[in-house]
Design a protein around this ligand. Structure first.
Ligand SMILES: Nc1nc2c(ncn2[C@@H]2O[C@H](COP(=O)(O)OP(=O)(O)O)[C@@H](O)[C@H]2O)c(=O)[nH]1
Ligand SMILES: [Mg+2]
Length: 244
């Protein structure tokens, strides 16, 4: 497996999450690596990861010259994993900030490894999933975003914006070139999901508890929310006109 973690200014979080991911992988017998895609964070995130990667070959680092968005970070990480020559059967998207619990990893990847699913979404909106701590505004925005995405794209899932997911490598091979690298944040999550769905992927949801970020600030803001709404409305129009 290959876990891809995009980072921008996550120096206070990245070491903990990497060590936890590697521990969970070892305990569950999941072979592979975790790759951090850092956009030259001014807080020195990459140096911390480089240090760890010199001690553990299962920790890899890609440094890009400038902040270029979540979507292209994931795509660069996936391309690297698929081209690494390692036997990668499943790809995982995960945040660095502690919102995603590394101990959920086995539940996320096993359906893909067993051949039962092509995409597994870590879902806040199926039984057993949800939000931890005080994140009421984010929860409200997320629920609105998911309602909009379900109406506009027609993809029948509960949590289309989740950033904790597993994707089979063979599916990714098929769709990678059709996912626009330009899209950011929440749009990337929905646009990639639409690509999987249209490729005929078997998509399942497993419950996750989404925790507040451990330290630092969210990089996604009101602009991303507006861009998300506009993207969905445009998609709805194109879909209604039979243009997609
Ligand atoms: N490489 C890279 N990582 C990013 C960028 N924007 C966000 N991230 C990372 O993507 C993950 C999710 O971002 P976050 O700010 O927590 O979004 P939120 O959880 O929706 O508030 C975190 O690990 C961020 O450090 C970016 O432009 N480039
Ligand atoms: Mg976050």
């Amino acid at each position: 497996m290959a876990v891809v973690i995009p980072t921008y200014n996550e120096a206070e979080n990245v070491v903990r999450v990497l060590l936890q991911v590697r521990e969970v992988m070892a305990k569950a017998g999941l072979e592979g690596a975790v790759t951090v895609v850092d956009d030259s964070s001014p807080d020195g995130t990459a140096e911390l990861v480089r240090q760890l990667s010199s001690e553990d070959r299962g920790i890899r680092l890609i440094v890009r010259p400038a902040k270029s968005g979540l979507g292209s970070a994931y795509l660069d990480g996936f391309r690297d994993a698929l081209g690494s020559g390692l036997d990668v059967d499943v790809l995982v998207e995960m945040d660095a900030d502690g919102s995603h619990d590394p101990s959920d990893l086995p539940r996320l990847v096993m359906p893909v490894l067993r051949g039962e699913a092509d995409v597994v979404l870590g879902s806040r909106y199926v039984k057993g999933g949800g939000w931890e701590g005080d994140q009421r505004l984010r929860e409200l925005i997320s629920k609105g975003a998911n309602l909009l995405a379900r109406i506009c794209t027609g993809v029948p899932v509960r949590d289309a914006t989740t950033g904790f997911r597993a994707i089979s490598s063979s599916l990714m091979h098929k769709v990678l070139s059709s996912i626009p690298p330009s899209t950011k944040g929440y749009v990337f999550q929905v646009e990639s999901l639409v690509a999987y769905y249209r490729a005929g992927a078997r998509i399942v949801e497993v419950p996750i508890r989404f925790r507040p970020r451990a330290s630092g600030k969210s990089k996604l803001g009101i602009r991303d929310v507006v861009a998300f709404a506009l993207w969905n409305l445009k998609y709805l129009v194109r879909r209604s006109l039979g243009l997609t």
